[in-house]
Design a binder for this molecule. Sequence first.
Ligand SMILES: Nc1ncnc2c1ncn2[C@@H]1O[C@H](COP(=O)(O)OP(=O)(O)OP(=O)(O)O)[C@@H](O)[C@H]1O
Ligand SMILES: [Zn+2]
Length: 672
Amino acid sequence: MPLLRRPHLDAGHLTSLISEFDGVESVRINAAAASVTIGYDGKAATRQAILDRLSALSPSALAFHNGESEPSVTPLVLRAALFLVLPVLPATLGRVVVWGSIAPRVFRGVWSLLTQGVTVEVLDATAVSLGAARGRYGTALLTDELMATGDYLEETTERHSEDLLSHLLYRHPSSVWVERNGDVVKVPFADLDMGEIVVVGIGELIPVDGLVRNGAAQVNQASVTGESVPVGKEAGDRVIAGSIVENGRIRIEARQVGDETTTARIAAFIHESLTAKSETERVAEEFANQRVLTTLGLGLATFLLTRDITRVMSVLLIDYSCAVKLSAPVAIRSMMSEAADRGVLIKGGPSIEALSKVDTVVFDKTGTLTRGDLAITDIVSLAPQDWSEDRLLAMAASIEEHARHPVAAAIVRVARERGAPHVAHDDIDVEIAHGLRTRVDGEAVLIGSRHFLQDHEGIALSTYEDTAQALSAQGKMLLYIAFGGRAVGIIALRDELRTDSAETVRRLRASGVRRLIMLTGDRKQRAEALAEGLGLDGVFAELQPEDKAEIVKQLGEDGCRTAFVGDGINDAPALATADVGIAMPRGADIARATADIVLLQDSLGLVADAREASRTAMDIIRSNFRAAIGINSGLYVVASTGWLGPVAAATLHNGTTLALLGRACPQAGSRQ
Ligand SMILES: Nc1ncnc2c1ncn2[C@@H]1O[C@H](COP(=O)(O)OP(=O)(O)OP(=O)(O)O)[C@@H](O)[C@H]1O
Ligand SMILES: [Zn+2]
C-alpha cells in the first residue's frame, strides 16, 4: 500500500479504521515496508469487500499527525471578533459562546491532567476556566486568544522549516547507469523506465525500488528504515530507493520509479530529525514542567493568604514555562531554515547544539580543504610506442566514469573536453582509497595510487622513480595506470587549496575551536606543506580508509568534541563517528547520507557560517531563558500583591513570550 509511505501517517488511526471493516479480526501495519497484514474470517466475499474498501481509502480520509493542513488563522480572527461583540451580546448567549470557545483548551487541560499529570496545559485550562467560572468572560476569552496566538506562531515556524528542509533534502541522482541494448549507459534520472535494469556501484544511491537481478552488495538503508547497519543484498532481494550501496555492485530491476515514494520517505525522515530534541530543548522542557508546579504552589499560597481568586488567576496566567519551553525549539528551527536558505542543510536540533560545542575540527584534504575540481597537469606515457596520451586518457576516463572521486571527475571532464572516445571495458571493481580495477581487451587494467599498484597488485614502478619524483616535487598528485601487469602511464593532477580555506580556518579558530587537524590518504610531504600553509595544528597523512574514523574516535576518547568535514566514500565512517559530521556537496552520496550537516554549495566558508550561527542560536536560547525567568518572576511578585489584574497579567506575560519568541525567530514575521 503506497499510501503507507505518506509522511506522518497515523498508523494507529489507520489500524482502527481498518478494524472497523466488516469481518476484520486483526490488523497489523508495517509502515517501513508499506504493508498491512489483515486477519479476517476466511470468506472470499469478506476478502473482496476488504480489498474494495482498502482501495477506496483516500489519503485525505486518513489522519496524518502533525497536521497536513496549514495552521489556520480563522479561529484567532473569530475569537477576536467575539471579544469585540461580547459586551453587546445578551448575557446568556455570551456565556454559552465563551464557554464553547474555551472548551477545547479546557478539555485539553483535563486530558493532560489525566494522562500526564500537571502540565502547562493544565495551568492554562485552570486559569481560563477560573476566569469564565467567575463571570469574567472577556478576560477568559482574551487569555485564550493570546495563548492561541503563541501556538500559532510556533506551528507556522515549525511547518515552514519542515517544508523547506524536505524540499532541499529530497534528492535523487541526476543520472543513473542503465542497461540498454546490451550496453551500460548513463541516462538522466527522469528517463528511467519501469522494468529497466539499473546498475548501482559502491557509494551510490539506489534510485529505484526494485529487485536485485545479480551481483552482491552491502546496502545501507538508514535514510529509509533508520537502521544504519548495512544489510547484504543479492539476487532475488528487494532494495528500496534512497538506500546506499556501501560495498559491492548490483544490477537491479526497477519495480517503482519516480519521485513519489522517495519524497514521502525523505519527508518522514525530516520530520523525525526535526522532532529530535537537543539536550537544551530537553533541559528547558524539564525546567518548564517543574515551573508548572511552582506556579501552582504560588497560586495556592496566594489563595491561602489573600482568599482572592482574581490574584490567583493573575498568578496562574504568568506561568513562564511556555517562554522557556518554546524559545529553544523556535530558535533552533529558525536557525535551521535560515541556514538552509544560505546553503547549509542541518539534519536536526541536536546537531546545532553539538556544533556549538565543538572544540576540534578535523578536515579531510582532497575535495574539502582543496578544491573539488582537480586540474590535470600532465599525462605521461610510460610506453610511448603503444600508448599515446590520448589513448591513456580515453581508457582512464571510460573507467573513471563509474567512480565518484575528485580525481575521477577531473579525468572525465578533460576527456570530454578533448572528445576522447569511449573504450569498452568489463565491470569495474572499486577499491576504496586505492583505485579501480577492470579488464580491457582481456587484459587487466588498474588505475590508482602508487600504493595500490605497487603494494597490492605487485606492479613494478621503481623504473619510473625519476619521472614521479619530478612531478611530486611540483606538488602534484599522481595516478598510475597499468595494463596487462605493466605500468603504462602516469596522470598528474594539481589539487589546489580552496581560496577560502585559510579564511575558514581563521574564522573557526576565532569562534573558539582549539584544534584544527587534516587527514589524508595523500603523501606525507605534500600534506605537511599544505597544513603548514594553512596554520593547522596537526596532520595525519598516508592513511588507509579505516584510519580516519579511528583517529576521530581517538580524539573523542581524549575528551575532544569533534567535527569532521569530508566528502568521500571512505569518509562516511569518520562522519558518523564525529560528534558532528559535515559533508561537502559534491562528494559521495553516502557521505551526505551519513553526515549531520550537508553543505549545499561548494564553499568551505559555510562550515564557519554554520558554526557561528550555531553559537548565536545557543546564545539566544540562553539569554532568552534568563530574560523569561527574570521578567516573569517580577510579574509574579506584582500579581500576587494584587496590583496586576488577570487581563494585564495575561497581556504582559504573553507579550513577553511573543517578544522572546520574536528574538528567537527574527525572520518569522517577514516570511510566509
Ligand atoms: N577513482 C579513483 N581512481 C584512481 N585512483 C583513486 C581513485 N580513488 C582513490 N584513488 C587513489 O587512492 C588514493 C587515496 O584515496 P582517498 O580518497 O583515501 O584519499 P585522497 O584522494 O588523498 O583524499 P583525502 O584527502 O580525501 O584522503 C588517492 O590519492 C588516489 O591515488
Ligand atoms: Zn592498501
